[in-house]
Design a protein around this ligand. Structure first.
Ligand code: ZN
Length: 75
């Protein structure tokens, strides 16, 4: 089962697609169990076609949730 740290969300406005390594990407011929890091560099969001660089993890480093936690800790 994938943790939020392993799930990546497309940051393009009005997309919001989440890559779940448990499911892979059938459209992009990515098998189940493929980590986001292991996706080919030319992989694109199946919804809007954004590149991997447009994705951020749901939790952990680089995610909005992580920034939120930092802000709470500083308060
Ligand atoms: Zn997208």
């Amino acid at each position: 089962m994938a943790t939020p740290e392993e799930m990546y969300q497309c940051q393009t406005t009005s997309c919001g697609y989440i890559y779940n390594p448990d499911k892979g990407d059938r459209k992009g011929k990515i098998p189940k169990g493929t980590r986001f890091e292991d996706l080919p560099d030319d992989w694109k969001c199946p919804i809007c076609g954004a590149s991997k660089a447009m994705f951020r993890p749901l939790a952990g480093y680089g995610s909005g949730a992580h920034d939120q936690k930092l802000a709470e800790g500083a308060a």
